[in-house]
Design a protein around this ligand. Structure first.
Ligand SMILES: Cc1ncc(COP(=O)(O)O)c(C=O)c1O
Length: 385
């Protein structure tokens, strides 16, 4: 996650990054929480090293909310506060997948998670997707091939809800089949669920964590980055009590204490006052209108050879270009027209697999700008055809 590339101007319309709409970040309610903190008698506590597991008030709020909303039976010891999903993915890769260990990811997957797994020297394999998410037949085939070569995956990293970059949600039956394969082959599932609260028409199927039986190891990750503010760097990890304890015992947790106690303390107060639930309602309406506007503009302007996904939540639409048109050419030409989109290569372990795909993030730019952007993008694609 970096700033916009050099050479772009204030007039550039960005559909490049999965950044929340800037107008949603400094809300009145959160601003009041911030101002109130300055006068709190216990401000010093929020500024001290925090308990390694994370701020207790936030753990309490989140476990109660998830138990209520998703009929889970979480106890506080099933959860740890983390500095965003990024922290959790890095920590799990470090503690649970040995250097050189085998990790499976969806193809495509979130580029920065691929980057983290590579930083840890892990051996990555992609599982192709279709409109219902990762293909279980392909996963089963890959597991057999790996076994025949003496390899056993330690982790499967999945973004089951409103996937980045495709916007697709993994079908309920497939979740059960993936869990069956995880039990058979003995790998853990890392469920990166940062978009779950942003469903427009429907709630996603139950999470891997909810569907797994007690013996199975699932790490489920949530975050306030997409639904409150990414600059706060606060998220949560849920798993078995033993796994959470293992993460608490890790050197970085012991050395630095719990993640971001100041931000976590503010968020706990904000959530307990009911503001987050109200904010989520506003966000769902806002992003649904954005999604509708972009889908409408795509249908109006794109040539019939271009296909795209129909996400029912989250931030992203995934475009598939005809084989004769390369995404990097579209990206470059679109930039000259003041439109910024992500070319597909970075989302794959084998970059060539992304040559004919583009990711559009509809979270950031206002609707009129995105409609103009779709018109220009369609013109660029027609010119290249
Ligand atoms: C799937 C996925 N995981 C994690 C992140 C980053 O989350 P956080 O800001 O909580 O580290 C993103 C942000 O784009 C994402 O799309």
């Amino acid at each position: 996650m970096t700033d916009f590339p050099q050479g772009t101007s204030a007039h550039t319309i960005s559909l490049l990054l999965g950044h929340p709409d800037p107008s949603t970040l400094a809300s009145l309610e959160f601003g009041a929480e911030l101002r109130g903190a300055a006068n709190r008698a216990d401000l010093f506590k929020m500024l001290q090293y925090g308990p390694e597991q994370g701020t207790p008030g936030l753990i309490q709020f989140l476990t109660e909310k998830l138990n209520h909303d998703e009929h889970l039976t979480l106890e506080p010891d099933n959860m740890m506060i983390v500095a965003g999903s990024t922290h959790a993915v890095d920590m799990i890769a470090r503690l649970y997948a040995k250097p050189g260990g085998v990790v499976l990811v969806e193809a495509p997957s979130y580029a920065d998670s691929i980057h983290i797994f590579r930083d840890h020297g892990l051996d990555l394999y992609g599982i192709p997707m279709d409109d219902e998410g990762l293909r279980v037949d392909a996963l089963a085939g890959l597991l057999q091939t790996l076994k025949a070569n003496g390899k056993a995956p330690t982790l499967l990293y999945s973004i089951p809800d409103f996937h980045n970059p495709t916007g697709i949600t993994l079908a309920h039956t497939r979740r059960l089949e993936v869990l069956r394969l995880a039990a058979q082959y003995g790998f853990a599932i890392v469920e990166d669920d940062v978009y779950r609260e942003l469903g427009f028409e429907r709630t996603p199927p139950p999470s891997f964590y909810a569907l797994a039986d007690e013996q199975q190891q699932v790490f489920r990750i949530g975050s306030f980055s997409k639904t409150l503010a990414p600059g706060l760097r606060v998220g949560w990890l849920i798993s078995s009590k033993a796994a959470i304890q293992h993460c608490i015992n890790a050197g970085t947790t012991q050395m630095g204490g719990g993640a971001n106690p100041f931000a976590a303390g503010l968020i706990a107060e904000y959530c307990r006052a009911g503001h987050w639930d109200q904010h989520l309602d506003r966000l769902r309406a806002l992003y649904q209108a954005r999604r509708d506007a972009v889908l409408g503009a795509l249908a109006e302007h794109m040539p019939p050879t271009v296909r795209w996904t129909q996400p029912d939540g989250g931030f992203f639409i995934w475009l598939t270009l005809p084989d004769t048109i390369f995404a990097r050419d579209v990206k470059q030409m679109a930039l000259q027209e003041g439109v910024l989109v992500a070319s597909g290569e970075g989302f794959f372990i084998q970059p060539a697999e992304g040559s004919h795909h583009l990711r559009l993030a509809f979270s950031f730019a206002p609707i009129p700008a995105m409609q103009v952007a779709m018109e220009r993008l369609a013109q660029v694609i027609r010119r290249l055809a």
